[in-house]
Design a protein around this ligand. Sequence first.
Ligand code: SAM
Length: 281
Amino acid sequence: MTEPTNGTFDPRRYWEDRLQAHPDITGVGYLGRSPAFIEVQYRSRMRRIEKALRRLGLSDLTGRAVLDAGSGIGIWLDFWHRHHATTVAGLDFAEASVNRLRERFPGDVIVQADLTASALPLPPSARYDLISAFDVLLHIVTPEGFVQAIANLASRSAPGGWLVVSDAIVAGTRYAPPYPPADYQRVRTLADYREALEANGFEIVSLDPATVFLSTPLEGSSRITFESLRFWWRASGAWANFNLPSRVLGPPTIALDQMACNLMRGERAPGAKLLFARHAR
Ligand SMILES: C[S@@+](CC[C@H](N)C(=O)[O-])C[C@H]1O[C@@H](n2cnc3c(N)ncnc32)[C@H](O)[C@@H]1O
């Protein structure tokens, strides 16, 4: 599926069509890359998230309620079940997603809802100890929609609850060329996040690299670093667009990606970031 380019972009229609046509990992993954490579991307990011969860004492979610916002095909619902969350809820605005998730996770509350609406149609008293939004907030393309989505998630956070975001966030302290806005996504700065989160009672607790080598770079410690990473990312398409080479080269690339992430603080990470925030109220 190619990127939409005309000026009348309707996000819901876009995701409805995309998830209808691709009910598998390509429906939610990086456009143009092979399913095997997208799996490699998810595996590497899961390791980063698991590492951060361990550090924050959140590996075992027994007794806790989790909401996954923008659930897509349910990869993270599965993940939170594996981490023993007692209650798992999922939310997406695409009917194609919600219908399949209800079949696949009959014991979970799955709601069809737009994160940018004035309120979320979840059970009235439901509050969540952990809310995840993975590769979702970048697809909210208006500034007002973004702020409303954070406000909606904050309103569903339990006191002291966590918000975990994996997204295209630019820390912006070094070389960060303007990222051309596509119709269906927006790259935001850490300052945009901090402002919206703090206005809604969240405090950022940690920022980590979500990946270094397994997605497009957004910034770099210098122009040369940025251009080298961009060259690597573009060149990697020569194997990552195909399943077989992705299966062979995926595992060593994951190892390399993990090493690079281990060596880097979040503020200096060139690509997508993993952000943990905690609700004070
Ligand atoms: C790139 S996919 C990510 C899916 C899933 N979080 C994952 O990482 O596998 C983005 C998902 O967010 C959903 N989404 C985008 N904007 C949304 C909104 N405003 N409200 C609810 N869901 C939204 C889309 O329907 C899609 O399922």
